[in-house]
Design a binder for this molecule. Structure first.
Ligand SMILES: NC(=O)c1ccc[n+]([C@@H]2O[C@H](COP(=O)([O-])OP(=O)(O)OC[C@H]3O[C@@H](n4cnc5c(N)ncnc54)[C@H](O)[C@@H]3O)[C@@H](O)[C@H]2O)c1
Length: 293
C-alpha cells in the first residue's frame, strides 16, 4: 500500500510512504498551488517600459502574485502594458513618470502606497542610450544618459526609501549592464556615457545596500548581457545587427544570446524572499561572458 503524506503546503514537500516495504520517498514538487506564489501580496514598482525587459519582468511578477505599478515616461507604453495585464486578470496600475524628476517620483510613491498600502519592491530598469563616436560625443549626450541611467536610480531609491524603512522590508534591484563591467573589442563602441553610468549603478548599489541594510532592505544589481534584438540596438541596420549578434554569441561560454525571460527570472529571484540573505551584490546574467572572466 502507498500512502501519500503532505509534509508542507508551503514547501511543496510530499512523502510517499510504502507501508509494506517500510520505505519512504521524499518528493519536492515543482508545481504551484494554493497561495504559495513567490511574490504573493507584494507590491512592486518597475520603472522603464516599452516592449523590452521590463514587460516580461512585470508579467512574471504578476504571475507570482504581485500587484505591479508600471512607471514609465512613455504614456502610451504604460497604457498598453497595463491594459494587457488587466486583460490577463492581473492587478496593475500605470503611472507616467520621469525618473529624473523628484516631485513626480514623490507622487508615484504616494499614489502607490495609498492604493496598495505598501511598497515592497522597486526595480530600477528605465534606461537610455545615446551612442556617439568618441570625438563627437558632447556634453548634452553625456548628461542625458548619466541623468537617466545613474541619477534616476538614486532618485528612485531616495523616493521609495521612507516607505520601505517604515515597513522594515524592501527589495530593490538596479539594472546595470555587462557594458558596465568590462570592455571588449568591437562591442559597445561609442557607449562611453552608457558604460560609465552602468558601472556607476554597480557601485551605487553597494553603497545603498550598506545604507539601507539595517532597515531590512536588500539592494542588489543585475547586469544583463545581450538579450537579442531589443530596441537598444535599433540604430543598427539588419546586416550590422546580425554581425553584432554573432560576435556577442561567440563571447559567451554558452555561445548564445539570452532571452528576456532569463533576465526576468534573475530579477524575480532577487526580489523574492528566496534571496533574503543577499545584498549589495552584482548578478551577471550574460551566458558567461568570456571577456569578463
Ligand atoms: N536589452 C539589452 O540587451 C540590455 C542589455 C544590458 C542592459 N540592459 C538594461 O536593461 C534595461 C531595460 O532595457 P530594455 O532593452 O528593456 O530597454 P527599452 O528601451 O525597451 O526600455 C527602456 C524604457 O525606459 C523608459 N525610459 C527612458 N527614459 C525614462 C525616464 N527618464 N523615466 C522613465 N522611464 C524612462 C523608456 O520609455 C523605455 O520604455 C535598461 O536599463 C538597459 O540599460 C538592456
Amino acid at each position: 500500500m502507498l500512502i501519500l503524506r503532505w509534509k508542507s503546503h508551503t514547501t511543496r514537500h510530499v512523502q510517499l510512504f510504502s507501508a509494506n516495504m517500510g520505505r519512504q520517498l521524499d518528493i519536492h514538487l515543482h508545481t504551484k498551488w494554493g497561495n504559495e506564489m513567490r511574490l504573493q501580496d507584494r507590491v512592486a514598482i518597475v520603472t522603464g517600459s516599452g516592449s523590452g525587459i521590463r514587460k516580461t519582468m512585470v508579467k512574471r511578477f504578476t504571475e507570482e502574485g504581485a500587484s505591479v505599478v508600471i512607471a514609465d515616461i512613455n504614456q502610451e507604453a504604460v497604457d498598453t502594458v497595463v491594459r494587457e495585464l488587466k486583460e490577463a486578470g492581473r492587478t496593475a496600475l500605470g503611472f507616467k513618470v520621469d525618473v529624473t524628476n523628484r516631485s513626480e517620483l514623490k507622487e508615484l510613491m504616494k499614489t502607490t502606497a495609498s492604493k496598495f498600502g505598501r511598497i515592497d519592491i522597486l526595480v530600477n530598469n528605465a534606461g537610455v542610450t545615446r551612442n556617439r563616436p568618441f570625438q563627437t560625443m558632447n556634453g548634452e549626450d553625456w548628461d542625458f544618459v548619466l541623468r537617466v541611467d545613474l541619477k534616476g536610480v538614486f532618485y528612485c531609491v531616495q523616493a521609495v526609501a521612507e516607505y520601505m524603512i517604515n515597513q522594515r522590508y524592501g527589495k530593490i534591484v538596479n539594472i546595470s549592464s555587462t557594458l558596465g563591467t568590462g570592455t571588449t573589442p568591437g562591442v559597445g563602441s561609442g557607449t562611453y556615457n552608457y558604460a560609465a553610468a552602468k558601472a556607476g549603478v554597480i557601485q551605487l548599489t553597494k553603497t545603498l545596500a550598506r545604507e539601507l541594510g539595517p532597515h531590512g532592505i536588500n539592494v542588489n544589481c543585475v547586469a544583463p548581457g545581450n538579450v537579442g534584438k531589443s530596441t537598444f540596438h535599433s540604430t543598427r541596420t539588419p546586416q550590422e545587427m546580425e554581425k553584432h549578434l554573432a560576435l556577442r554569441r561567440s563571447l559567451t561560454v554558452l555561445n548564445r544570446t539570452g532571452t528576456l525571460e532569463e533576465i526576468a527570472n534573475a530579477v524575480l529571484f532577487l526580489v523574492s524572499d528566496e534571496s533574503s540573505f543577499i545584498s549589495g551584490q552584482l548578478l551577471c546574467v550574460d551566458g558567461g561572458r568570456t571577456d569578463r572572466m
